[in-house]
Design a protein around this ligand. Structure first.
Ligand code: SF4
Ligand code: SF4
Length: 276
């Protein structure tokens, strides 16, 4: 009996801890990518070459900046591969304009860093955008890419190294939607990855980007009311926190306890994302 009370108390402690986590927003510029990782959490190995427009990015950033900037800790430009976006200087300027006082990060696999223009580096410096590099176990000189950021005077960090054992995961969806959404959400590895896609805010990329999977593999993962909020309808930080902190209907597709898997290339096989 004592153990049951202890376990319940631990669950409540963990939920409180989750709810106190800093809030960040991810603006997805494109899910298209120049790498082809198996089971990518943005389904980028399946995505077509499409980009958000600057008008859409500005519309969403200005609204979220107006209603929520004071309660958000950081904003991200993210992909797919973010460096493929053709208007990065403008995108960095937009995020800095509407979120003047918080951390702005640009996530990348780094491969294109040696080929970026002077304008890119100047904008990153001017708008104080941090380059967050994820390392992958491929033939690429990541140390030189980091040195390049240093030499250009741009802050950078290493967000993760997918070559390390236990650092690359397979996130599986259940097409029958028979998972317990509360448990999936409680154990979620993607909790907090609030993603702006189109004109909607979703709690995570698994849900936000699932149309790539549906389109490429013929699956039918559907969104229901409550799975997202229209950005233009958001009136407060509390609404964003609620979307992050409470399970949404889509959580019942997510199998809890994702398993680490060795890094490798995608074969665009449905089994990389879906458990039959
Ligand atoms: S580099 Fe990142 S976004 Fe691109 S396919 Fe790999 S995991 Fe997906
Ligand atoms: S749908 Fe829910 S459980 Fe699945 S990744 Fe998103 S937040 Fe996590």
């Amino acid at each position: 009996m004592k153990n049951i009370f202890k376990r319940i108390s631990n669950v409540f402690k963990t939920i409180r801890h989750h709810r106190r986590q800093p809030l960040h927003l991810e603006f997805i510029l494109s899910d298209y990518c120049n790498l082809n990782c198996k089971g990518c959490g943005h389904y980028s190995s399946l995505a077509e070459k499409e980009f958000v427009t600057l008008e859409q990015l500005e519309r969403n950033a200005s609204h979220l900046g107006r209603v929520a900037a004071g309660g958000i800790n950081s904003v991200y430009l993210i992909g797919g591969e973010t460096l493929l976006y053709p208007h990065l200087p403008e995108a960095m300027a937009i995020l800095r304009k509407y979120f003047p006082n918080i951390s702005v990060k640009l996530f990348t696999n780094g491969l294109m860093l040696p080929r970026m223009s002077d304008e890119f580096w100047e904008s990153a410096r001017q708008y104080e955008v941090e380059i967050a590099i994820t390392r992958y176990p491929i033939a690429f000189d990541y140390d030189s890419a980091e040195n390049l950021c240093r030499s250009r005077g741009v802050k950078h960090s290493v967000y993760g190294d997918r070559g390390k054992e236990g650092s690359f995961f397979r996130f599986a969806l259940d097409p029958e939607k028979k998972q317990n959404g509360r448990i999936s959400h409680f154990k979620c590895f993607n909790r907090g990855c609030l993603s702006v896609v189109g004109d909607r805010l979703y709690p995570c990329s698994m849900s936000a980007c699932v149309d790539h999977l549906n389109k490429a593999c013929g699956t039918d993962f559907r969104h229901l009311k409550g799975d997202w909020i229209n950005v233009c309808d958001i009136r407060s930080v509390a609404e964003i926190k609620k979307l992050r902190d409470k399970p949404v209907p889509f959580c019942s597709y997510c199998k809890p306890n994702p398993q680490p898997t060795p890094y490798g290339p995608s074969r665009r096989s449905i089994s990389e994302w879906v458990d039959k």
